[in-house]
Each structure stands twice: as C-alpha cells, then as structure tokens.
Design a protein around this ligand. Structure first.
Ligand SMILES: NC(=O)c1ccc[n+]([C@@H]2O[C@H](COP(=O)([O-])OP(=O)(O)OC[C@H]3O[C@@H](n4cnc5c(N)ncnc54)[C@H](OP(=O)(O)O)[C@@H]3O)[C@@H](O)[C@H]2O)c1
Length: 246
C-alpha cells in the first residue's frame, strides 16, 4: 500500500465511529445501518428479529446482538456486547418504535402500554445503558417524529410518546457539556411501522397518508449528517418530511 493510501486509510479509521442502532431489523433502522456502514462507520445492530440482523450484518459488514428495548437488562447486555467487540461506543441511535394507532375511545389499553414501553421506556433504557459507557463525550440520536410536534386523529398516545422523546432529549442535552444529543423527526417514511395498527379506521386513514412516504434512506442520511459533525457541533434536531406533506 502506498503512503498516500495508508494515510487516507488512517483518516477514515480515525473518523469511523462505533454506532449502536436499535430497531435495525427493518425500515429506518435498517436504512440507517446501510448508510452509516457505507460511510465507513462500524454499526452494531439490535432488534428482536435476529435472523434479519444476521442477514443485514453479513451484507453490510456490521455486527449484531439480540435486543428487546423494553428490558433494561437486554439493553445493558446489548451495549456490553458492543463494548466487548469494539472496545468503545461512540453513538447510540435509539430508533426502535411501534405505532399501533387507534382512537382513544376504543380503549386499546394494551397497545397504549406497548407504545409507552417501546417508545419511551425503550429510549430511557438505551440512555441508561450507554451513558456510563461513553469514554469521551458521546452522542445519543433519538428518533422521534413529526408526531413530537403535532397531534393527529388516532395518534394521541403515539404523539404523547414522541413528545416525551423530544422532552427527555432536550432535558438530557441541557444537563451535559460533553454529550451530543440529536432528535431526528421523520415525516411519513417507507417502513413496516403501519403494520402494527389493528384498528380498521386508523388503517384506512394511514393508507392515503402513507402514499407520499419518503425512502427510509432519507432519514439515514439525516442521521449520518448529525453524526459526522465536528465534536463541538451538536445538531439538536432535524425534521425531514416529504415535500408534499402538510
Ligand atoms: N416510518 C415513518 O413514517 C416514521 C415517521 C416518524 C417516526 N418514525 C419512527 O421511526 C422509528 C423506526 O420505525 P420504522 O418506521 O422504521 O418502523 P419499522 O420498520 O416497523 O421498524 C421498527 C423497528 O423497531 C423494532 N422494535 C420494535 N419493538 C422493539 C423492541 N421491543 N425491542 C427492540 N426493537 C424493537 C423492530 O424490530 P423487531 O420487531 O425485530 O424487534 C423494527 O426494527 C420509530 O421510532 C418510529 O416511531 C417513523
């Protein structure tokens, strides 16, 4: 290898980050893993469907471990496995989420619980597991939504969970001088998210709403942008919508 190639390789390695991604088995998490791996980062993938993680990791060159974000122990083991493999963690992308939309009057209380458990508790479990493991600063990227900024019919509980993600991200950011915290708020994006809806009325609303969905790589690109900034630059929030979404 020429000295120039060695020099270039050394720069790429120095800029490469160890990035943990929850919910990497489909949609935005999967697309983010592809974008970040292509940019030279070392991606560590987590989700419950490990068969998908295994296939993705072997395709893009990352590693994976099983993860149920609702369990504090599972998140801790996931982070520990990444530290054992790479010796450090630089970024956690808290992406896992569910969206079983329904009218509140339908009283789908088990689905409310699931949204709270995955979308809020899951993010908190990730923060608790990773914060003590950041050696030098660190970066937490929380995937919220445009639902962190507006409330839509059938989405009251989902929006409440995403407002919570926004609030806890902002609170965490204000606490620390050495930690970068980014909220990524996607508009409608291609993924499997709407598959969790069990109410016919909400499903029919979503059919029209999702016709203009962005490719999930558009969100991966936004996350890559936030991660690639210099250490003293904290991109606090990026909202990414289809141009025709009101
Ligand atoms: N798509 C959109 O239009 C849109 C818009 C705004 C915000 N978002 C947000 O984007 C994030 C990603 O969603 P997506 O749109 O990409 O949907 P998706 O394709 O359904 O992906 C959701 C991911 O979350 C994981 N997940 C669910 N429950 C989990 C648990 N208990 N433990 C670990 N992982 C879990 C799933 O993996 P397993 O099932 O394999 O565990 C899957 O990988 C979510 O936070 C969502 O709220 C999406």
């Amino acid at each position: 290898m020429s000295w120039l190639a060695s020099f270039a390789l050394a720069i790429v390695v120095a800029m490469s980050k160890v990035v943990l991604i929850s919910g990497a088995s489909s949609g935005i998490g999967e697309a983010t893993a592809r974008v970040l791996a292509a940019a030279g980062h070392q991606v560590f993938l987590g989700a419950r469907r490990v068969d998908r993680l295994e296939a993705l990791a072997s395709e893009i060159g990352g590693a994976y471990a099983p993860l149920d974000v609702t369990s504090r122990e599972s998140f801790q083991s996931f982070v520990d496995a990444a530290v054992e493999r790479y010796g450090r963690v630089d970024v956690l992308v808290n992406n896992a989420g569910v969206m079983p939309l329904s009218l509140m009057s339908s009283l789908k209380v088990d689905e409310w619980d699931r949204m709270v458990d995955v979308n809020i508790r899951g993010v908190l479990n990730g923060i608790a597991a990773v914060l003590p493991r950041f050696a030098d600063g660190g970066h937490i990227v929380n995937v919220a939504s445009i639902a962190a900024h507006m409330v839509m019919p059938t989405a009251a509980v989902y929006c409440a969970t995403k407002y919570a993600v926004w609030a806890l991200s902002e609170g965490l950011r204000q606490e620390r001088d050495d930690l970068r915290v980014t909220v990524i708020s996607p508009g409608v994006t291609e993924s499997e998210l709407a598959d969790t809806i069990t109410e016919d009325y909400a499903t029919s609303l979503m059919e029209d709403f999702r016709k203009i969905a962005l490719p999930a790589s558009a969100i991966g690109d936004a996350i890559a942008y936030a991660i690639s900034q210099p250490a003293e630059v904290d991109v606090n929030e990026i909202v990414v919508r289809p141009v025709s979404q009101r």
